[in-house]
Design a protein around this ligand. Structure first.
Ligand code: HEC
Length: 220
Protein backbone atom coordinates (compact mmCIF):
# COMPACT_ATOMS: atom_id res chain seq x y z
CA UNK A 1 0.00 0.00 0.00
CA UNK A 2 2.67 2.42 1.10
CA UNK A 3 4.83 1.47 -1.85
CA UNK A 4 1.94 1.85 -4.27
CA UNK A 5 1.00 5.45 -3.21
CA UNK A 6 4.32 6.58 -1.79
CA UNK A 7 5.93 7.59 -5.04
CA UNK A 8 2.98 9.48 -6.60
CA UNK A 9 2.43 11.37 -3.33
CA UNK A 10 6.11 12.26 -3.14
CA UNK A 11 5.98 13.55 -6.74
CA UNK A 12 2.83 15.53 -5.96
CA UNK A 13 4.36 17.13 -2.83
CA UNK A 14 7.55 17.96 -4.70
CA UNK A 15 5.52 19.64 -7.43
CA UNK A 16 3.51 21.67 -4.93
CA UNK A 17 6.69 22.66 -3.08
CA UNK A 18 8.15 23.95 -6.36
CA UNK A 19 5.11 26.15 -7.13
CA UNK A 20 6.14 29.20 -5.03
CA UNK A 21 9.55 29.20 -6.72
CA UNK A 22 7.93 28.93 -10.13
CA UNK A 23 5.65 31.86 -9.21
CA UNK A 24 8.59 33.97 -8.02
CA UNK A 25 10.60 33.13 -11.13
CA UNK A 26 7.67 34.13 -13.36
CA UNK A 27 7.09 37.37 -11.38
CA UNK A 28 10.70 38.34 -11.85
CA UNK A 29 10.65 38.16 -15.63
CA UNK A 30 7.10 39.33 -16.41
CA UNK A 31 5.04 42.45 -15.77
CA UNK A 32 1.44 42.73 -14.62
CA UNK A 33 -1.09 45.51 -14.28
CA UNK A 34 -2.60 43.81 -11.22
CA UNK A 35 -1.30 44.53 -7.73
CA UNK A 36 1.17 41.97 -6.47
CA UNK A 37 0.18 39.31 -3.95
CA UNK A 38 -0.43 41.13 -0.74
CA UNK A 39 -0.43 38.64 2.12
CA UNK A 40 -0.61 40.93 5.12
CA UNK A 41 -3.02 43.82 4.49
CA UNK A 42 -2.10 46.24 7.30
CA UNK A 43 -4.06 49.38 6.34
CA UNK A 44 -2.71 49.52 2.79
CA UNK A 45 -6.03 48.70 1.22
CA UNK A 46 -9.04 50.54 2.59
CA UNK A 47 -12.03 52.52 1.29
CA UNK A 48 -10.98 55.96 0.04
CA UNK A 49 -13.00 59.07 -0.74
CA UNK A 50 -12.40 62.30 -2.55
CA UNK A 51 -12.06 65.20 -0.13
CA UNK A 52 -14.76 67.14 -1.94
CA UNK A 53 -16.88 64.04 -2.45
CA UNK A 54 -20.21 62.89 -1.07
CA UNK A 55 -20.98 60.47 1.70
CA UNK A 56 -24.16 58.87 2.96
CA UNK A 57 -22.81 59.06 6.50
CA UNK A 58 -23.95 62.63 7.18
CA UNK A 59 -27.30 64.20 6.44
CA UNK A 60 -25.83 67.10 4.41
CA UNK A 61 -23.78 64.50 2.46
CA UNK A 62 -20.64 66.60 2.75
CA UNK A 63 -17.58 64.42 3.24
CA UNK A 64 -15.34 67.28 4.37
CA UNK A 65 -16.73 68.34 7.74
CA UNK A 66 -16.95 72.00 8.73
CA UNK A 67 -15.28 72.85 12.06
CA UNK A 68 -17.52 72.37 15.10
CA UNK A 69 -19.14 75.65 16.20
CA UNK A 70 -16.90 77.50 18.64
CA UNK A 71 -13.67 75.85 17.39
CA UNK A 72 -10.62 77.88 18.40
CA UNK A 73 -7.62 77.88 16.03
CA UNK A 74 -4.38 76.65 17.56
CA UNK A 75 -0.83 77.45 16.49
CA UNK A 76 -1.30 80.61 14.48
CA UNK A 77 -3.30 82.97 16.67
CA UNK A 78 -5.76 84.32 14.15
CA UNK A 79 -7.08 86.80 16.69
CA UNK A 80 -3.92 88.88 16.07
CA UNK A 81 -4.88 89.83 12.54
CA UNK A 82 -2.04 92.35 12.37
CA UNK A 83 0.68 89.75 12.88
CA UNK A 84 -0.88 86.92 10.85
CA UNK A 85 -2.78 88.70 8.09
CA UNK A 86 -1.26 92.17 7.90
CA UNK A 87 -4.70 93.65 8.59
CA UNK A 88 -6.00 95.90 11.37
CA UNK A 89 -9.41 97.33 12.18
CA UNK A 90 -9.55 100.81 10.68
CA UNK A 91 -11.51 103.88 11.70
CA UNK A 92 -14.50 102.62 9.71
CA UNK A 93 -14.58 99.51 11.91
CA UNK A 94 -13.51 97.25 9.05
CA UNK A 95 -10.32 95.26 8.54
CA UNK A 96 -7.84 96.94 6.22
CA UNK A 97 -4.11 96.72 5.38
CA UNK A 98 -1.88 97.68 8.27
CA UNK A 99 0.69 100.37 7.62
CA UNK A 100 2.87 99.61 10.62
CA UNK A 101 4.80 96.58 11.85
CA UNK A 102 3.02 94.40 14.45
CA UNK A 103 3.81 95.75 17.94
CA UNK A 104 5.11 92.34 19.06
CA UNK A 105 8.10 92.64 16.67
CA UNK A 106 11.14 94.83 17.25
CA UNK A 107 12.16 96.62 14.08
CA UNK A 108 15.88 97.22 14.41
CA UNK A 109 19.11 96.54 12.55
CA UNK A 110 19.03 92.81 13.41
CA UNK A 111 15.47 92.57 12.08
CA UNK A 112 16.51 94.20 8.81
CA UNK A 113 19.58 91.96 8.51
CA UNK A 114 17.37 88.94 9.04
CA UNK A 115 15.00 90.27 6.38
CA UNK A 116 17.86 90.71 3.93
CA UNK A 117 19.13 87.18 4.57
CA UNK A 118 15.62 85.67 4.12
CA UNK A 119 14.97 87.84 1.07
CA UNK A 120 18.13 86.65 -0.59
CA UNK A 121 17.17 83.03 0.10
CA UNK A 122 13.50 83.16 -0.92
CA UNK A 123 12.97 86.08 -3.28
CA UNK A 124 16.17 87.24 -4.96
CA UNK A 125 16.30 84.44 -7.53
CA UNK A 126 13.20 85.94 -9.15
CA UNK A 127 13.03 89.57 -8.06
CA UNK A 128 16.79 90.22 -8.10
CA UNK A 129 19.03 91.50 -5.31
CA UNK A 130 17.78 95.05 -5.75
CA UNK A 131 14.15 94.10 -6.38
CA UNK A 132 13.97 95.14 -10.01
CA UNK A 133 12.51 91.81 -11.13
CA UNK A 134 15.74 90.76 -12.79
CA UNK A 135 16.76 87.75 -10.66
CA UNK A 136 18.91 84.89 -11.96
CA UNK A 137 15.94 82.66 -12.76
CA UNK A 138 14.28 85.41 -14.78
CA UNK A 139 17.50 86.16 -16.67
CA UNK A 140 17.95 82.50 -17.48
CA UNK A 141 14.42 82.25 -18.87
CA UNK A 142 15.02 85.38 -20.97
CA UNK A 143 18.22 83.82 -22.34
CA UNK A 144 16.40 80.65 -23.27
CA UNK A 145 13.56 82.58 -24.90
CA UNK A 146 16.11 84.61 -26.86
CA UNK A 147 17.57 81.40 -28.25
CA UNK A 148 14.05 80.17 -29.13
CA UNK A 149 14.05 77.26 -26.71
CA UNK A 150 10.48 75.96 -26.31
CA UNK A 151 8.48 75.76 -23.09
CA UNK A 152 8.94 79.26 -21.68
CA UNK A 153 5.97 81.05 -23.24
CA UNK A 154 3.99 80.97 -20.01
CA UNK A 155 6.76 82.58 -17.94
CA UNK A 156 5.43 85.52 -15.95
CA UNK A 157 8.06 88.17 -15.28
CA UNK A 158 8.61 88.86 -11.56
CA UNK A 159 7.39 92.33 -10.63
CA UNK A 160 9.75 95.20 -9.87
CA UNK A 161 9.29 96.77 -6.43
CA UNK A 162 10.17 100.15 -7.85
CA UNK A 163 6.90 100.88 -9.62
CA UNK A 164 4.36 103.29 -8.17
CA UNK A 165 1.86 100.44 -7.94
CA UNK A 166 4.07 98.42 -5.58
CA UNK A 167 5.78 101.34 -3.86
CA UNK A 168 2.44 102.74 -2.72
CA UNK A 169 1.35 99.49 -1.08
CA UNK A 170 0.84 99.42 2.70
CA UNK A 171 3.12 97.10 4.69
CA UNK A 172 0.24 94.72 5.35
CA UNK A 173 -0.40 94.27 1.64
CA UNK A 174 3.25 93.37 1.00
CA UNK A 175 3.02 90.93 3.90
CA UNK A 176 -0.07 89.43 2.31
CA UNK A 177 1.65 89.02 -1.07
CA UNK A 178 4.53 87.17 0.59
CA UNK A 179 2.11 85.01 2.62
CA UNK A 180 -0.50 84.15 0.02
CA UNK A 181 1.09 85.10 -3.30
CA UNK A 182 -0.42 87.24 -5.99
CA UNK A 183 -1.57 86.35 -9.50
CA UNK A 184 1.33 84.30 -10.88
CA UNK A 185 3.41 84.34 -7.70
CA UNK A 186 2.98 81.56 -5.15
CA UNK A 187 2.61 82.24 -1.42
CA UNK A 188 5.35 81.54 1.09
CA UNK A 189 3.42 81.21 4.35
CA UNK A 190 4.24 77.50 4.55
CA UNK A 191 8.00 78.00 4.18
CA UNK A 192 8.61 81.30 5.98
CA UNK A 193 7.42 81.94 9.58
CA UNK A 194 5.31 85.09 10.06
CA UNK A 195 8.03 87.07 11.89
CA UNK A 196 10.45 86.40 9.03
CA UNK A 197 7.84 87.44 6.47
CA UNK A 198 7.59 90.76 8.29
CA UNK A 199 11.39 91.03 8.29
CA UNK A 200 11.30 90.54 4.51
CA UNK A 201 8.67 93.30 4.27
CA UNK A 202 11.08 95.59 6.12
CA UNK A 203 13.87 94.72 3.69
CA UNK A 204 11.63 95.23 0.63
CA UNK A 205 10.79 98.69 2.02
CA UNK A 206 14.53 99.33 2.49
CA UNK A 207 15.13 98.34 -1.14
CA UNK A 208 12.39 100.70 -2.26
CA UNK A 209 13.91 103.54 -0.26
CA UNK A 210 17.32 102.87 -1.81
CA UNK A 211 15.77 103.40 -5.31
CA UNK A 212 18.24 101.58 -7.58
CA UNK A 213 19.85 104.06 -9.94
CA UNK A 214 20.78 103.52 -13.57
CA UNK A 215 24.27 104.18 -14.95
CA UNK A 216 23.48 107.88 -15.34
CA UNK A 217 22.63 108.03 -11.64
CA UNK A 218 18.93 108.45 -12.29
CA UNK A 219 16.55 106.64 -9.97
CA UNK A 220 14.16 104.19 -11.57
C1 HEC B 1 9.41 82.03 -8.64
C2 HEC B 1 9.61 83.44 -8.79
C3 HEC B 1 9.23 84.33 -7.62
C4 HEC B 1 9.70 84.28 -6.33
C5 HEC B 1 10.68 83.30 -5.74
C6 HEC B 1 9.07 85.38 -5.62
N1 HEC B 1 8.25 86.08 -6.47
FE1 HEC B 1 7.28 87.81 -6.04
N2 HEC B 1 6.48 87.83 -7.90
C7 HEC B 1 6.74 86.89 -8.88
C8 HEC B 1 5.92 87.19 -10.03
C9 HEC B 1 5.91 86.39 -11.33
C10 HEC B 1 5.18 88.35 -9.71
C11 HEC B 1 4.15 89.04 -10.58
C12 HEC B 1 2.82 88.40 -10.27
C13 HEC B 1 1.77 88.84 -11.24
O1 HEC B 1 1.32 89.98 -11.12
O2 HEC B 1 1.39 88.03 -12.07
C14 HEC B 1 5.57 88.72 -8.37
C15 HEC B 1 5.05 89.83 -7.70
C16 HEC B 1 5.51 90.29 -6.48
C17 HEC B 1 5.12 91.53 -5.85
C18 HEC B 1 4.19 92.57 -6.44
C19 HEC B 1 2.76 92.22 -6.14
C20 HEC B 1 1.81 93.23 -6.70
O3 HEC B 1 1.03 93.76 -5.92
O4 HEC B 1 1.84 93.46 -7.91
C21 HEC B 1 5.76 91.59 -4.66
C22 HEC B 1 5.69 92.72 -3.63
C23 HEC B 1 6.56 90.38 -4.53
N3 HEC B 1 6.37 89.60 -5.64
C24 HEC B 1 7.36 90.07 -3.45
C25 HEC B 1 8.05 88.88 -3.31
C26 HEC B 1 8.80 88.52 -2.13
C27 HEC B 1 9.02 89.43 -0.94
C28 HEC B 1 9.32 87.28 -2.36
C29 HEC B 1 10.13 86.42 -1.40
C30 HEC B 1 9.43 86.00 -0.22
C31 HEC B 1 8.90 86.86 -3.69
N4 HEC B 1 8.13 87.85 -4.21
C32 HEC B 1 9.28 85.66 -4.29
C33 HEC B 1 7.63 85.85 -8.82
C34 HEC B 1 8.31 85.45 -7.69
Amino acid sequence: MLLRWGIPIAILLATIAALPFAYIAKARVSTSTKPRLHGWQDMDIQPMHNKQGETELFRDKRLMRPPVAGTVARGEDFLDTHLWQGRVVGRNGKLGWANAFPPSLTVDRDFLDRGRERYEIYCSMCHGYSGQGDGAVHQRVMLRKATSQPGFDAWAAPASYHTDAVRSQPLGQLFNTISNGKNNMAGYRAQIPAADRWAIVAYVKALQHSKPADAAGKGK
